[in-house]
Design a protein around this ligand. Sequence first.
Ligand code: ADP
Ligand code: ZN
Length: 348
Amino acid sequence: MKNVVVHASTSYEVVIGSGASALIGEKLKELGRTGKVLIVSDSNVAPLYAEGVADELVYHGFEPTIFTFDAGEESKNLSTYGDVLAFLAEEGFTRTDTVLALGGGVVGDLAGFAAATYMRGIHFINMPTSLLAAIDSSVGGKTAVDMPQGKNLVGAFYQPELVLFDTDFMKTLPYDEIRNGLGEGVKYAVLEGGEIFSILDAGLTSENLEDFIALSVDAKRRIVEADEKEGGQRKLLNLGHTVAHAVETLTEFVVPHGVAVAYGVRVMARLAYERGELSEEDFYKIEELLLGNDLALELNPVEELIPYFSADKKKAGQVLTLVTIAGIGDCRLTNVNVEDLPRYFEGA
Ligand code: ADP
Ligand code: ZN
């Protein structure tokens, strides 16, 4: 079992390991929680794990109820969000009660936003069950739902009081979802280098999974915490994301997020190598990392993507801040004028 403590506007513990879900009752008690717990989950995850979590809660004196919605990003909308709120109200939840997200990023975003806004905020616990949610969305406090006008258009920053990731839950995660998580993992590997890179390079296994997740969460924690002191460091987490968001927009989200990020990292590595900013050795190490993880993809050519860069949230006036790769474990923020982008990306 591994622990990472995140210091955001509030501090909370991230517990990672085999059997971590069985700790839910005692951990909630330690936090001083009592009463009702709404377990929010989706139609894939609920049948697998919701009863087990509920039993654990009952054993420790809580009153759990389960709210399940249809799995998939399509459910992450105002309608499902309204359903969760209505359910909380009908069941008589008050500010001393708790919402618990049990699922991937979709569940975490939706349940987190419901928790952030019901009665102006009730206690929130996140139990991510996908690799992508474990290493990325479960830390940082972003919650949101989509609107027909765009993704994550309405949301709030709301920190969980505890994140529990049971590595045993990965056994049922479909291969495509593992690969999607690995795509975001490649980002951490290139940002950090060291052990995260070595683990992914050797290949994720049930033996190194706990270490990999703990190291990724810790990397995100460090970058997010540093942002409060040295402005803008959080932008490093956008490595590969300018390209990824353009791919997602252009393909109408047919390419999953993590896979698009892996391609984004690949493009940025190729760009840095062509520009003589990244050594041949590191460039090929990144290529091999991608290859070994079934992520050495050739998606939309960069020329096609550039027009979609500007729609990116990262655009500030006429300057785009790109995360560039100077080496494995050495990424930087580089400002490029929007009109210079085609020239800047030549050869990538
Ligand atoms: P994300 O990739 O952001 O976590 P989702 O929440 O949509 O996005 O999760 C991806 C898919 O994986 C969903 O279909 C979800 O139901 C499914 N899923 C998540 N965790 C598990 C798990 N441990 N076992 C089986 N399926 C899972
Ligand atoms: Zn991402």
